[in-house]
Ligand binder design. Structure first.
Ligand code: BES
Ligand code: MN
Ligand code: ZN
Length: 498
């Protein structure tokens, strides 16, 4: 498997000073317009250079500026380019960072359907710094697809991407963000026989060295010495041994405890174990390490951006299989914390893995913990495919996560953590069991299980079972891994470090 440069396409993305449009030689120029906005900004300049082409099309109703509308104008006279792609941003007053990301991603996705040597984006002068960075990031996400193993590629990253009218600092930061999103997507898209606990850990170590993080990898011996019996139990049915990845980044320089701990579920394949999944439910279970991929990518992005924050990220990597030594229904595991867990369903493995990972992180004494996990189908039943569930023991932290997500246009919704749900995970045999009573409220009982292992530290759990993986493409991104929440978590870290 190819090693993953964290930078990826970002190094081919450049800033350039604004020049007369008719001097630009490129395959494609991408320009943005708001509703009814041909008279406005760069669209007005393209209109002028093309002898009023945009005005004519707008008058005809062929150009509306509606959100994510992409209209290609082929070989426009007055310009030296193969095409101008006009991208709608919707109403000017509604434009935000999330819309900027999706608009440029939609444009890049279309343009990348064929190989392009050079694509020039005309930045909108009305964008804020945050909006500009998200726009640059979106273009990087949009030009990469899930065709890792196709001989005939559906997307080809541009040879060169130029942002006219931006400072190179902005383009660099946006490029780092885009690389982070694509790293998470790519890890999710890799097939499970290529990405397994050991190979994920190797990728994490490479990314750590590229971005200035320390990486510690616990193999099965170390996990045993550390008492991570819950992680080891889940991994016992597989020939691929578990790993725990611990990443440390000290952007505040001091040795003080981490300001933020990021914890990810890294089940590189979830067959369900002896509580075997049916085939349809199993096909996409290479995505069950998406929480781990999100946390690795968010940590790498935060470190590459050199944010002034102390951070740890911990990823619990296992493969949940049915081999002869597999953990069984009725088994009782003493987790690292000493809590005993009775196994009622080996397919509720994510919470069992996270029990130990959260306990390791708790021991590091962070100010706050955020975990991301493709934890429950129940969360998808509750909120649908596009919305992540939030669960917390600390409302200010949860609200900060929700605010960051809103700013990035990544939908999240909080579910309650009433104490009544705790009753459901009590066991007659052990301290707790790994499922609730029946399937109702399953996303919450899973969160309640996790809460037992955070030792009262402010904590928010994000269930990304819905948004982590898209079976169908969206206008702004191909199907497969979505890189969900990477931008939200980077924004959270940015805000915590201010
Ligand atoms: N990885 C799955 C959850 C999942 C489902 C992720 C769909 C992405 C899409 C998790 O390990 C699981 O199997 N959960 C069970 C829990 C149940 C047995 C209590 C579920 O949701 O069915
Ligand atoms: Mn499962
Ligand atoms: Zn799972």
């Amino acid at each position: 498997m190819q090693e993953m440069a964290f930078d990826g396409q970002a190094e081919t993305v450049k800033a350039a000073a604004a020049v007369a449009l008719d001097t630009i030689a490129a395959d494609v120029i991408v320009v943005f317009m708001t509703e009814g906005g041909v008279a406005d900004g760069m669209a007005a300049e393209v209109d002028r250079a093309t002898g009023g082409l945009l005005t004519r099309l707008a008058d005809n109703g062929d150009l509306s500026g509606k959100r994510y509308e992409c209209v290609p104008l082929l070989a426009p006279s007055g310009l030296q380019v193969g095409q101008v792609l006009v991208v709608g941003l919707g109403k000017r007053e509604d434009v935000d960072a999330g819309i900027c990301f999706r608009a440029t991603a939609s444009a890049a996705r279309l343009v990348a359907a064929r190989p392009r040597a050079k694509v020039v984006f005309l930045a909108d002068r009305a964008w804020s710094d945050a909006q500009t960075e998200q726009a640059v990031a979106g273009a990087i996400a949009g030009m990469v697809g899930q065709d890792l193993y196709r001989s005939e590629k559906k997307r080809t990253p541009f040879g060169e991407t130029v942002w006219l009218g931006l400072a190179s600092e902005q383009v660099t930061r946006g490029g780092i963000l885009g690389s982070g999103v694509n790293l998470a997507r790519r890890l999710v898209n890799l097939p499970p026989d290529d990405l397994y606990p050991e190979s994920f850990a190797e990728q994490a170590a490479t990314v750590a060295s590229q971005t200035g993080m320390q990486a510690e990898i616990w193999d099965e011996d170390r996990l045993a010495r550390e008492g991570c019996r819950a992680m080891l139990a889940v991994g016992r049915g597989s020939v691929r041994a578990p790993r725990l990845v611990l990443l440390t980044y000290r952007g505040r320089g001091s040795d003080s405890p981490p300001d933020l701990a990021l914890v990810g579920k890294g089940v590189t394949f979830d067959s369900g174990g002896l509580s075997l999944k049916p085939s349809e439910g199993m096909l996409t279970m290479k995505c069950d390490m998406a929480g781990g991929a999100t946390m690795l990518a968010a940590a790498a992005t935060i470190a590459a951006l050199k944010l002034p924050i102390n951070l740890v990220a911990a990823i619990g990597l296992v493969e949940n299989m049915t081999g002869p030594a597999a953990y069984k229904l009725g088994d009782v595991i003493t987790a690292r914390s000493g809590t005993t867990i009775e196994i009622h369903n080996t397919d509720a493995e994510g919470r069992v893995v996270l029990a130990d990972v959260l306990d390791v992180v708790r021991g590091l004494g962070p100010q706050r913990i955020v975990d991301a996990a493709t934890l429950t189908g129940a969360c998808v039943v509750a909120l649908g495919l596009d919305v992540a569930g939030l669960f917390t023991n600390d409302q200010p932290l949860c609200s900060a996560v929700a605010d960051a997500a809103r700013a990035m246009g990544e939908p999240v919704w909080q579910l309650p953590m009433f104490p009544e749900y705790d009753e459901q995970i009590k066991s007659e045999v052990a301290d707790i069991k790994n499922v609730g009573e029946g399937r109702w409220g399953g996303a919450i009982t899973a969160a309640k299980f996790l809460e037992r292992f955070v030792g009262g530290i402010p904590w928010t759990h994000i269930d990304i079972a819905g948004p982590a993986f898209a079976e169908k493409p969206k206008p702004w991104i191909d199907g497969g891994g979505t890189g969900t929440l990477v931008r939200t978590l980077v924004t959270l870290a940015q805000r915590l470090s201010q």
